[in-house]
Ligand binder design. Sequence first.
Ligand SMILES: Nc1ncnc2c1ncn2[C@@H]1O[C@H](COP(=O)(O)OP(=O)(O)OP(=O)(O)O)[C@@H](O)[C@H]1O
Length: 353
Amino acid sequence: MTSPNGGAVRTAATVPHPGAGPAAARPLAIEAVDLVKTYQVKGGSEPVRALDGLSIGVEPGIVFGLLGPNGAGKSTTVKILTTLAAADSGRATVAGRDIAADPALVRRAIGVVAQRSGADPVATGRENLLLQGRLYGMRGAELGRRADELLDRFDLTDAAKRQVKTYSGGMQRRLDVALGLVHRPEVLFLDEPTTGLDPEARTAMWEEIGRLAGDDGLTILLTTHYLEEADRLAARLAIVDRGRIVTEGTPDDLKGELHGDAVHAELVAAPADDALAVYEALGRVPGIREITVDGRRVSARADDGAAAVPAVLAALDQAGSPVAAVTVARPSLDDVYLRYAGRSFADAEGGSR
Ligand SMILES: Nc1ncnc2c1ncn2[C@@H]1O[C@H](COP(=O)(O)OP(=O)(O)OP(=O)(O)O)[C@@H](O)[C@H]1O
């Protein structure tokens, strides 16, 4: 089978329909296979490999989180899946259409809320929605009704006739999401929707996104570098590190893989000898496993964290690395990230790729 431009048309992969018989299957809303993307940097010798064989499969009707630190490759993935950039290699389908063979069909089927607002600041909120609808061929009373419905839904009715430049950050972001939904897309891309919002506006946006997830059939791909956001909103999530997916599952499954408690110790000083003495000393403490030393930070898992603390403190002291502070916690997504990426989320955010 070939497409009008001669390229091969790929059929979308399918997933078993939950609760349906073994023969029933639904197409994936998003499928990306082995995406690679490099950027040539002006004046730089080495090209940046933003995506290094990234693959995801997103079932329809869910919020799927792409979680990763700054520079992990989330925005590049969104740009490729929304046809704004081409991959060097690999393939993908969105809403059942191949992004390379049928980019126009993909664009009609998706809504995109980019990191930077696309709204016209000197137009009103309602005018922005009408303009966006017209771009998708919507007209007349139907478009007016859709704009009013979205203004109401995103709590913007009172501000509908105000210029967008007078909106608060939270109101602008809500309008951005409304703009992405005007033409009733099948798949909505939200690229870091709450970055830059104050905590109150962030919570309000989380509630909105949570409600959207219940909309009939809408699939949402959400990128975020907030662990809490992914935990709260995503039915499934994939953790991205250095352009690859390092693990994928429901937030609870991912945390559940980590049995026992996370023990984090802050050493008085970073160990000098490649931390060998620290690894050896902790390795001898019963019930302690998965030890990671990262500068002054030591992390490990323990079946009973609180009970293990005295032995951990004593072992580190004897190894010549006294402890300044220690915490015990239930596994978090940060622990999941540490396990798969080998460094803490905070370090990955601040560090180089
Ligand atoms: N146009 C570009 N030219 C050169 N390098 C780029 C370009 N766009 C992205 N990169 C690089 O590619 C890598 C991935 O960037 P990307 O924006 O996809 O990451 P991200 O996970 O979305 O991060 P952020 O949260 O900061 O947006 C980074 O190293 C980035 O510096």
